[in-house]
Design a protein around this ligand. Structure first.
Ligand SMILES: Cc1cc2nc3c(=O)[nH]c(=O)nc-3n(C[C@H](O)[C@H](O)[C@H](O)COP(=O)(O)OP(=O)(O)OC[C@H]3O[C@@H](n4cnc5c(N)ncnc54)[C@H](O)[C@@H]3O)c2cc1C
Length: 461
């Protein structure tokens, strides 16, 4: 690995780099998106090539990789949304009504992921937009914040790099609505909240300046304070701070002039109340209570039920990784089973290849499962690299497999966007005649064909 003969190719199914930093992290969190500049720096090294717009498992298979590379690092994230399970006594009509989606639909769309489409926004008979987000993590807060910023005309949405299409549509639907009511549902209590204080505080601050109210029921705060949860609270400073803020929000709950955010606890979805037009009018929920020992408390149905008025339901219940065909034996529960990043060996090398197979490694979400922030991936990737270094040390480190990945793509008629091509796309996206306001970093290109064409790629059919 330390050898100058080592060469690295980065293959991504999108013509644009940066994974979820570009297509997941919220557009008003530019400070987080800045992490992409560290990533860009590595491409100034001539030993690293970028193949954007090439999907492993579709355009190329593992056999192709094994003809080219001694080591393959699986770092393709978790692109599948978890399937929402409704309680056992969900209604007999098992079809999903319109306007019910995994939160990823909204996230992909507002972030301009190619081939994404908007969720359908319908208003209630009273003319309100009632959005229910199931799951209480930071992705839920992102979705809530983007919709609420559009509703209260927060300038930081205008200056963000949310796409023009999403910006205009969100502004249009929220201005048409009498009220925009966003509810975030948690199955357990306040002390088991999965969001972090920074993201929660941003919403609290919004409620203090604009036409937005924020509510937490005091009865649910009280119910959250059972003996086991108070035990969980002891000695954990971040949770203490979050719990204090939740208390402050609850004590100062008020109705907003235009928009409301309500964080609800002890509710678990069990079915839908449907509208005649095929949409949803409410999410039927079981009321829950906490059961079990501290740090392992679970939500248990109480037998009570509650309907939460909803004209749009977003399930923000996590992401799940998918296996690449041929690696099933190493895959379990949405991620690769690994030791320090080592997954296993496969294939026997191809023409000009050495004996033995290619070594497979994993890093990021597909290694650990879909959790952790961008920063969590740094020590995780270091661990994987250290394993690779140890495995290849003493073997000369040189390129043993002779096939060039580029040749395989050319032969197969697959074209790609290289790093220079991406820089062209980047330049166009940053052009001042494309942006809404001067402060907007870029207006993303969302059309796959356009991206491929500008980047010099474009698949040959
Ligand atoms: C909605 C959302 C918001 C988030 N917000 C924040 C935040 O504010 N701050 C923060 O620190 N973290 C945030 N995160 C977490 C952060 O995005 C992840 O920790 C990080 O992106 C995971 O990196 P990864 O490389 O494992 O996966 P990814 O970032 O998903 O990268 C995987 C890459 O693999 C490519 N790929 C997938 N399949 C294939 C294939 N078959 N062939 C070729 N390429 C493929 C994809 O196109 C993608 O570019 C957020 C996550 C989500 C989902």
């Amino acid at each position: 690995m330390h050898s100058h003969a080592s060469a690295f190719d980065v293959i991504d199914s999108l013509p644009t780099p940066f994974g979820l930093i570009r297509s997941g992290v919220a557009p008003d969190h530019q400070d987080v998106k800045n992490a992409s500049s560290d990533f860009s720096q590595i491409f100034s090294d001539s030993r690293i090539r970028y193949f954007g717009g090439v999907t492993v498992g579709e355009d190329v298979g593992l056999e192709d990789l094994e003809e080219c590379y001694d080591a393959v690092v699986l770092s393709y994230g978790c692109e599948g949304g978890t399937v929402m399970s409704l309680g056992d006594d969900s209604d007999s009509d098992s079809s999903t009504p319109d306007c019910v989606y995994h939160a990823r639909k909204l996230v992909d769309w507002y972030n301009g992921r190619p081939n994404s489409s908007p969720p359908e926004f319908r208003l209630t008979e009273e003319g309100d937009l009632n959005v229910t987000i199931v799951g209480g993590g930071n992705v839920s807060l992102d979705c809530a914040r983007i919709i609420l910023k559009a509703a209260v005309e927060d300038q930081s949405l205008t200056t963000s790099d949310v796409t023009n299409e999403a910006y205009n549509r969100l502004k249009e639907i929220t201005s048409k609505a009498n009220k925009v009511n966003v509810r975030i549902l948690n199955r357990r209590g306040g002390m088991q909240s999965a969001f972090t204080i920074k993201e929660f505080r941003d919403l609290f601050k919004m409620s203090k300046v604009g036409k937005m109210g924020m509510k937490i029921l005091s009865s649910e705060v009280e119910k959250s304070e059972n003996e086991e949860s108070l035990e969980e609270l002891k000695g954990t400073r971040p949770l203490k701070r979050l719990w204090k803020l939740i208390g402050d929000v609850s004590a100062n709950s008020e109705e907003g002039e235009k928009a409301n955010l309500e964080v609800r606890y002890f509710l678990s979805p069990k079915g839908y109340e449907r509208r005649d037009d095929g949409g949803v009018s409410s999410l039927k929920c079981d009321v829950t209570k906490l059961e079990g020992a501290a740090f392992g408390q679970r939500a248990k149905k109480t037998g009570e039920e509650e309907d939460v008025e909803s004209s749009l339901v977003l399930y923000s219940t996590g992401y799940k990784g998918k296996v690449l065909e041929g690696l099933e034996e190493f895959f379990e529960d949405g991620k690769y089973v690994n030791e320090g990043g080592r997954v296993g060996v496969r294939g026997g090398g191809g023409e000009g290849g050495s004996e033995g197979g290619s070594r497979y490694y994993a890093s990021g979400w597909i290694k650990r499962g879909a959790s952790g922030i961008v920063g969590t991936n740094i020590p995780d990737a270091k661990e994987t690299v250290m394993s690779m270094v140890a495995d290849f040390e003493g073997e000369g480190g040189g390129v043993r497999r002779r096939k060039n990945f580029e040749e395989i793509l050319r032969k197969r008629g697959v074209r790609w966007v290289d790093w220079k091509g991406w820089k062209k796309v980047d330049e166009v996206e940053k052009r001042r005649d494309r942006v809404r306001v001067e402060e907007q970093v870029r207006e993303k290109i969302v059309d796959l064909e356009e991206l491929m064409t500008i980047g010099g790629g474009g698949k040959v059919e």
